[in-house]
Write a protein that binds this ligand. Structure first.
Ligand SMILES: *[C@@H]1O[C@H](CO)[C@@H](O)[C@H](O)[C@H]1NC(C)=O
Ligand SMILES: *[C@@H]1O[C@H](CO)[C@@H](O)[C@H](O)[C@H]1NC(C)=O
Ligand SMILES: *[C@@H]1O[C@H](CO)[C@@H](O)[C@H](O)[C@H]1NC(C)=O
Ligand SMILES: *[C@@H]1O[C@H](CO)[C@@H](O)[C@H](O)[C@H]1NC(C)=O
Ligand SMILES: [Ca+2]
Length: 527
C-alpha cells in the first residue's frame, strides 16, 4: 500500500508530495520530538495575485471609440471598441479573468493608424513577491500573435530588467539572433536566453493563439520527458549556479513590438486590422520561501510566505529575533528525498549559551578557560559572542548586533593617524598637526605634505620679511641679499664681503632693483 502511494506521488511530480511539509512530530528512542524538513508552497495560478500596467498611456482602445476589422475579414470593419461601453470595452483586467464561459474576453490595443511609426505596447505584471515558475507562461492572443515581441523579467520588483525570451517571425532580422528552440538546449545551456520563431509565424488567427515561455521543456532537460525524474531537477537546482534564479521573477513584461500581419506585408490602405488583443496570461508558480514555508497567503495586497524554521520576512529570508545563533541559510532540496531545513536556531540551543548574533555557524569549547566561544566570526566581528568589532572597525550605531553591517571600517588615513583603530564614533587618533575624523586634514597653521607639518610662513603671523614671498606655507623665497627662514637676515650683516655699501633695510628694495638691472646689463654685454 505504502509502495503504491509512493508510486502515485512519483507520477504526479508537479502536484507532488515532495517538500510539502515543514515538520512532523516523530517518536525516537529519546522520546517524541519535532523533525524538520525543507518545504515549499504549492504551485498556484499567479494571475490571481498580479498587478498589471499597460504602457504607453492611451494604448488601450476605445477612447475615443474606434472601428477595427480582422485578417480573416479585412473588409468588414464593423467591430467597435468603446471604453465607455462595458460591452464594447477591452480593459487590461480582461487578460486575467476566468475564461470558463464561452466567449473570450480580452484587452485590446488601438489600431496601427500611425503606421509606419511602430505600434508598441508594454504589459507589465508585478507581484511584489519573488515567485518560482513551475510551469509554462502561456499568453493567448486573439486575432493573431505579434510578429515581434520580447519577454523581460525583473528579480527586484522592477528596479532592473533582463531579457527572458525573444520572439519573432524572423529572429535574425528582428534581433540579429539565430532562431533556437528550447528543446534543443542542453544541461549546460538550460538557462540560456534565446530567440524563437515558433510562436510568431502566421498560421491563421484561430489556429495558433498562444505564445509560450517554456518552463517545462527546460525542466525536462534534467527531469526527462514528462518530468518523471524530478530528483535530478532538484539536485541541479541546488548545484547549478544561477539555475534557480533563472526561474525566479518578481515581475514580467511583455514588450509587443509588431502586431500580426496576416502572413503578408503591411497593407497601408487598411490599418484597422493591425492591433494587439490578449485574452489570457497564465503564469503558474509558487512563492519563493527559500524552502522555509509550505504556505503562502495573500495579505494586505501582497503574497507572503508563512515562514517556519524560525525564519521571517516576505521570502523567509532571515532568522527571527532571538534565533540568530547561526547565520541564516536557505533550506536545501538535498539530501533527497526530504532535503535539509537549515533552520534558524535559538540562542542558547547549540552549546550552553553561546549566542553568535548570526556572525558564526560554529562554537567551540575552550577547555582551560571553561568557556564556549564562537569560532571564525564573520562580518568583521570578534569576541566570544562575535559581539565586538575587529580592530580597525567600529560599531554601526544604527545597526542591531546581528546585522551584517554592524561593523564599519575605520578607514583612518595611514599617514595622518597614529594607528588603524578608531573610537565608537569612527574617529581616528591623529598625529600632531592632523585633524578630521579620519586624520586626513591639517589643523590651522599646519600644511599637508605626506603628513601635517607646521607652517614655516604664512600671510598673517609668520610673514616673510624684506619682500620675501611665502611658498605654500613651506618656505620663504627671499630676495637677493636676504636669507634666513623668514628672509629676516641681510646677507650683508652676515658676511661683510657681500656688502656693496648699502646695508640699511630702507635701501633694500633699490638694492634689489639695481642688482637685477646689473644682471640684465651683464647679460646684454655678454651677448
Ligand atoms: C517598454 O519597456 C521598456 C523597458 O523595459 C522601455 O524601454 C520602453 O520604452 C517601453 N515601451 C513603451 C511603449 O512604454
Ligand atoms: C510589497 O510587499 C511588502 C511586504 O509585504 C509591503 O510592505 C509593501 O507595502 C508592498 N508594496 C506594494 C507596492 O504593494
Ligand atoms: C522554533 O522555535 C520554537 C520556540 O519558539 C521551537 O519550539 C521550534 O522547535 C523551533 N523550530 C525550529 C525549526 O528550530
Ligand atoms: C549601518 O547599518 C545600517 C542598517 O543595517 C545600514 O543601512 C547602513 O548602511 C550601515 N552604515 C554603514 C556606514 O555601513
Ligand atoms: Ca480573458
Amino acid at each position: 500500500m505504502l509502495y503504491l502511494v509512493a508510486l502515485l506521488l512519483h507520477c504526479l511530480p508537479l502536484a507532488m508530495g515532495q517538500y510539502d511539509i515543514c515538520k512532523s512530530w516523530v517518536t525516537t528512542d529519546d522520546g517524541p520530538s519535532w523533525e524538520f524538513y525543507a518545504c515549499q508552497p504549492k504551485a498556484m495560478r499567479m494571475k490571481d495575485y498580479v498587478t498589471v500596467r499597460v504602457d504607453p498611456a492611451g494604448i488601450t482602445c476605445g477612447d475615443p471609440p474606434e472601428r477595427f476589422c480582422t485578417h480573416e475579414n479585412p473588409y468588414l470593419c464593423s467591430d467597435e471598441c468603446d471604453a465607455s461601453n462595458p460591452d464594447l470595452a477591452h480593459p487590461p483586467k480582461l487578460m486575467f479573468d476566468s475564461e470558463d464561459e464561452g466567449l473570450a474576453t480580452y484587452w485590446q490595443s488601438v489600431t496601427w493608424r500611425r503606421y509606419p511609426e511602430p505600434l508598441l505596447a508594454n504589459i507589465t505584471l508585478s507581484w511584489n513577491k519573488s515567485i518560482e515558475l513551475t510551469d509554462d507562461i502561456v499568453i493567448t492572443f486573439e486575432y493573431g500573435r505579434p510578429t515581434i515581441m520580447m519577454l523581460e523579467k525583473s528579480l527586484d520588483n522592477g528596479r532592473t530588467w533582463h531579457p527572458y525570451q525573444y520572439y519573432a517571425d524572423d529572429c535574425m532580422e528582428a534581433f540579429s539572433m539565430p532562431a533556437r528552440r528550447v528543446r534543443d538546449l542542453s544541461t549546460t545551456s538550460a538557462n540560456r536566453v534565446l530567440c524563437t520563431e515558433e510562436y510568431s509565424r502566421w498560421a491563421g488567427s484561430k489556429k495558433e493563439k498562444t505564445v509560450r515561455f517554456e518552463v517545462r521543456d527546460r525542466f525536462a532537460i534534467f527531469a526527462g520527458p514528462d518530468l518523471k525524474n524530478m530528483d535530478n531537477l532538484y539536485t541541479r537546482l541546488e548545484s547549478a549556479k544561477g539555475l534557480k534564479d533563472f526561474f525566479t521573477v518578481t515581475d514580467l513584461r511583455m514588450r509587443l513590438l509588431r502586431p500580426a500581419l496576416g502572413g503578408t506585408y503591411v497593407q497601408r490602405e487598411n490599418l484597422y486590422k493591425y492591433f494587439y488583443a490578449v485574452s489570457n496570461i497564465e503564469v503558474t508558480g509558487r512563492c519563493k520561501c527559500n524552502l522555509h514555508a509550505n504556505l503562502c497567503t495573500f495579505k494586505e495586497g501582497s503574497l507572503q510566505c508563512e515562514c517556519e524554521h524560525n525564519t521571517t520576512g516576505q521570502d523567509c529570508g532571515k532568522c527571527k529575533k532571538n534565533f540568530r545563533s547561526r547565520s541564516w541559510r536557505a533550506g536545501s532540496y538535498l539530501p533527497l528525498p526530504n532535503g535539509s531545513p537549515n533552520a534558524c536556531a535559538a540562542a542558547g540551543s547549540a552549546f550552553g549559551n553561546c549566542e553568535c548574533y548570526g556572525h558564526s555557524n560554529r562554537c567551540s569549547y575552550i577547555d582551560f578557560l571553561n568557556v564556549v566561544t564562537c569560532v571564525s566570526c564573520k562580518h568583521n566581528t570578534r569576541g566570544q559572542h562575535c559581539q565586538h568589532c575587529r580592530l580597525g572597525f567600529y560599531r554601526n550605531s544604527s545597526a542591531e548586533l546581528d546585522d551584517e553591517n554592524v561593523c564599519i571600517e575605520c578607514n583612518c588615513n595611514q599617514i595622518g593617524s597614529m594607528h588603524d583603530r578608531c573610537n565608537e564614533k569612527g574617529y581616528c587618533e591623529c598625529k600632531e598637526g592632523a585633524t578630521g575624523p579620519k586624520c586626513d586634514d591639517c589643523l590651522p597653521n599646519y600644511y599637508w605634505r605626506q603628513g601635517c607639518f607646521p607652517n614655516v610662513c604664512d600671510d598673517e603671523l609668520l610673514l616673510c620679511q624684506n619682500g620675501g614671498t611665502c611658498y605654500q606655507n613651506q618656505r620663504c623665497v627671499c630676495p637677493v641679499g636676504f636669507k634666513g627662514v623668514l628672509c629676516q637676515q641681510s646677507r650683508c650683516e652676515a658676511d661683510k664681503k657681500d656688502c656693496d655699501g648699502a646695508p640699511s633695510a630702507r635701501g633694500s628694495l633699490s638694492t634689489i632693483l639695481l642688482g637685477v638691472l646689473a644682471l640684465q646689463l651683464r647679460g646684454w654685454v655678454d651677448l
